[in-house]
Ligand binder design. Structure first.
Ligand code: SF4
Length: 348
C-alpha cells in the first residue's frame, strides 16, 4: 500500500498551494498549519473549524505521523521519563527534569547514535535513523503537557541531550528549533534551548552562522587529545584543536558563554594534569563547566572518581574564574538519569 505523505513535512506555503490546487481558498492552509503546530493535534478530526468534507480530503491525501508516549515513569524525585514510540515502531526516550523553579525537557535527536563514545551504551546501538523535526517537536509538546499537569507550569528549558548527536541531524534539529521557538509553534525563547554536542566542529560553525540564539554545550570529558581519543574515538579526526577553533568561532559570532559537560572518571581524567588541561582549554571565552555524576554502564570500565577529586576540579576551576557546577543525578530509580536512557550512557 502506498504510504501517505506526512502532512507536517509541508510548509505553510505548501499547504496553501495544496488548497488552491484543489480549488479551495488558500487561507485553509493557514488554518491547517495552526492545527498542526500551535495546537499540535494528531488527528484531522480534531480540526474543528474545517468541514467534514475538508477533513476527509486531508485524510485521503496525508497522514500525521505523530509520536505516542508508550510508557511514562515518574521517579521519587519527580523526574519523568517517556518511552516514545515513533510512527515506524522505533522507540526513543525523553525526560522531564523538574526543580524548584524550572521544568527542563531533555529530548532525543536520533534513534541510536552516529558516534562511538566508549562510556555510552547508545553507541552500541548504532544510528538507526534521524528523527524528523515533528518527532522532536512532539517530544517537547508531550513533556510540556506533563509539566503543566504535574507541576502546574509550562516547560522553562529544553536541552538536546537525549539519544543521539544533535549536530549529526543538523537540518532536522534546526528545523525543530525553528518550530519550537516560532510564535506559530510553541513560542519558547531560543535562549532557553541548549544544543548539547559531543563536538562536531563544522556543524558548530554552521550553528553559529544560523543566528538562532540558542546556547551551546560541549561534552568534553578530557582536554587532552590522547585521552579524549581513547574514550571518544571520533576525536582522532575531529580533534580538540579543531574543536576549539570552532568554539572560538562560535563565541566570536554569538558572544554566548560555552558550557562544557565533563565527567571525572577514576584512572582516566583524575590527575592534576587533566584539570590544568581543562582550565587551559576553556579559558579563551566565558565558560561554565558542569561536572556530571556518572551512572555506570554494565561493563564497569568507567567508574566515577571520588568526591575529593571532583572538589579539586571545582577549586581549580573557580580559582581560574571559571563557573563550575556539580550535577547530581536525577531519576536514577527509573533509569532516567544522565547516562541511563535506554540502558545507555549518553553524556552528550
Ligand atoms: S555520548 Fe552522545 S555522542 Fe557519544 S555515543 Fe552517546 S549519544 Fe552518541
Amino acid at each position: 500500500m502506498e504510504q501517505k505523505k506526512d502532512i507536517r513535512s509541508l510548509t505553510k506555503e505548501d499547504l496553501r498551494e495544496f488548497f488552491l490546487s484543489e480549488g479551495m481558498e488558500a487561507y485553509r492552509g493557514n488554518q491547517v498549519y495552526e492545527w498542526l503546530w500551535r495546537k499540535s493535534v494528531h488527528s484531522f478530526d480534531d480540526m474543528t473549524n474545517l468541514s467534514k468534507e475538508l477533513r476527509q480530503k486531508l485524510s485521503d491525501n496525508f497522514a500525521i505521523n505523530h509520536i505516542e508516549v508508550d510508557l511514562m515513569q515518574r521517579s521519587v524525585d519527580g523526574t519523568i521519563k517517556n518511552a516514545v514510540r515513533l510512527h515506524d515502531g522505533l522507540v526513543v526516550e525523553s525526560v522531564l527534569i523538574p526543580t524548584a523553579k524550572r521544568s527542563t525537557a531533555c529530548v532525543s535527536s536520533q534513534v541510536g547514535c552516529s558516534l562511538d563514545c566508549k562510556f555510552c551504551a547508545t553507541a552500541r546501538l548504532k544510528r538507526m535513523r534521524n528523527l524528523n523535526p515533528d518527532e522532536i517537536y512532539d517530544q517537547v509538546v508531550a513533556l510540556d503537557k506533563e509539566s503543566r499537569i504535574y507541576y502546574g507550569r509550562p516547560l522553562s528549558n529544553i536541552v538536546f541531550m537525549g539519544m543521539g548527536e544533535p549536530l549529526m541531524n543538523y537540518k532536522n534539529v534546526v528545523s525543530a528549533i525553528g518550530k519550537i521557538t516560532s510564535d506559530e509553534g510553541l513560542g519558547i525563547s531560543p535562549k532557553r534551548i541548549t544544543v548539547s554536542t559531543s563536538g562536531v566542529p563544522k556543524m558548530i560553525r554552521n550553528l553559529a552562522d544560523e543566528g538562532l540564539k540558542v546556547k551551546l554545550a560541549v561534552s568534553l570529558h578530557s582536554a587532552i587529545d590522547s585521552i579524549r581519543t581513547k574514550i571518544m574515538p571520533f576525536n582522532a579526526k575531529l580533534n580538540l584543536s579543531d574543536l576549539r577553533e570552532s568554539l572560538q568561532y562560535w563565541y566570536s559570532k554569538t558572544r554566548s558563554r560555552i558550557t562544557y559537560e565533563y565527567v571525572v572518571w577514576k584512572g582516566i581524567n583524575d590527575k592534576e594534569s587533566d584539570i590544568q588541561a581543562l582550565v587551559d582549554y576553556c579559558k579563551f571565552a566565558p565558560a561554565k563547566v558542569n561536572l556530571i555524576q556518572y551512572n555506570p554502564i554494565d561493563d564497569g570500565s568507567f567508574v566515577q572518581a571520588g568526591s575529593e577529586v571532583v572538589q579539586n576540579y571545582v577549586r581549580t576551576l573557580e580559582n581560574n574564574r571559571i563557573i563550575v557546577t556539580v550535577r547530581q543525578s536525577r531519576g536514577q530509580d527509573i533509569d532516567a538519569a544522565c547516562g541511563q536512557l535506554a540502558n545507555k550512557s549518553n553524556l552528550c
